[in-house]
Design a protein around this ligand. Structure first.
Ligand code: ADP
Ligand code: MG
Length: 324
């Protein structure tokens, strides 16, 4: 069991940002409306994620630390209609296997919370916790027992930057949730939870850039809806990571959709430059396979060519509408 968790950890937990991603996704799945992420030394020393979500009772808290004990899929058929961000039930046990983790949690019905202290995957302490309803997960000394992995970590500054990138993308996926990120006690990013994508964009890129974004909105059929914002061609960047793709509320890595966005700009961008863009696709779940990789960053799409063409067309339409 411990070995299996460490192997799974190798796939799910690559660096501090992957821990933050999994914990943040759990908070979102728990229905939280306010989440705070505090990170020290790029997350290598400590990561704390607090939420005001549904919390867990004692039994569920213990279960949460066991492999494949997800509460999110009840039957096999559910796999084709995944609406939660998590579903594999491997994140918490994987993270716990390679760190010192403290899980504090309380449901709204309970009059107090409980804490579980876990080291290298083993519960070494538990007791009552005075806290508001919700969950607080603290992960310390990541990779303390897997020195080979620890060696590959970049500087705290770089790791903290990657953490910030992930948080931004998840905040874009859920603009209605207030998300705060502090690194070494300095506030880096605050998404206000207004539900407005532009407010999230402004909190990351600044108000000036947010003002220069052009809305994208198109629905080629009732199976596909395209929404988002793209920057005027003058606001280009030097790497394509500034193109964020969301599919059904999930931040994904999709070079194909990114390329479709770039194609819409055609000759408007200088060589080697990329637009700032947020493209959010809502596709009927039957056409989306998110179960490609344990970290769930990649998706497989049916009717891919149609989708890519629709994205290009929608972005082009917006750029033309903004008279460029
Ligand atoms: P998954 O998200 O794939 O189900 P995880 O290992 O990430 O698996 O979490 C295991 C279980 O622990 C979840 O299914 C959920 O029931 C519970 N859980 C984890 N984090 C939270 C949280 N922040 N609030 C409430 N429940 C949580
Ligand atoms: Mg999860």
């Amino acid at each position: 069991e411990t070995t299996a968790n460490q192997i799974a950890a190798g796939e799910v937990v690559e660096r501090p940002a992957s821990v933050v991603k999994e914990l943040l996704e759990n908070s979102l799945d728990a229905g939280a409306s306010i989440i705070s992420v505090e990170v020290e030394q790029g997350g290598l020393r400590r990561i704390t994620v607090r939420d005001n979500g549904c919390g867990m009772d004692e039994e569920d808290a213990h279960l949460a630390l066991m492999r494949h004990a997800t509460s999110k899929i009840r039957e096999p058929a559910d796999l084709s209609r995944i609406t939660t961000l998590g579903f594999r039930g491997e994140a918490l046990p994987s993270i716990a296997a390679v760190s010192k983790m403290t899980l504090k949690t309380r449901t709204a019905a309970a009059d107090r919370g409980i804490f579980l202290e876990v080291e290298g995957g083993k519960v070494i302490g538990k007791g009552p916790a005075a806290m508001a309803p919700g969950t607080i997960v603290t992960v310390e000394n990541l990779f303390y027992n897997t020195p080979a992995r620890k060696k590959y970590m970049k500087s705290p500054g770089t790791e903290g930057g990657v953490v910030g990138d992930y948080i931004f993308r998840l905040a874009l996926a859920r603009p209605e949730v207030a998300i705060r990120f502090t690194h070494n006690r300095r506030q880096v990013f605050t998404s206000p939870g207004s539900g407005n994508l532009l407010d999230v964009i402004a909190s990351y890129y600044g108000a000036e850039l947010a003002r220069q974004m052009v809305p994208v909105e198109d629905s080629p059929g009732d199976w596909l809806e395209i929404k988002g914002f793209v920057a005027r061609p003058t606001l280009h960047r030097s790497n394509r990571r500034q193109i964020t793709v969301l599919i059904n509320g999930r931040y994904v890595y999709s070079p194909l959709v990114s390329t479709a966005v770039c194609e819409a700009y055609h000759t408007l961008l200088p060589a080697g430059r990329y637009p700032v863009a947020i493209i959010s696709l809502t596709i009927i779940p039957e056409l989306v396979d998110v179960n490609v990789h344990p970290a769930k960053l990649e998706v497989r799409l049916a009717r891919e060519r149609e989708i890519l063409e629709a994205v290009s067309r929608a972005v082009r339409k917006s750029l033309i509408a903004s008279r460029l």
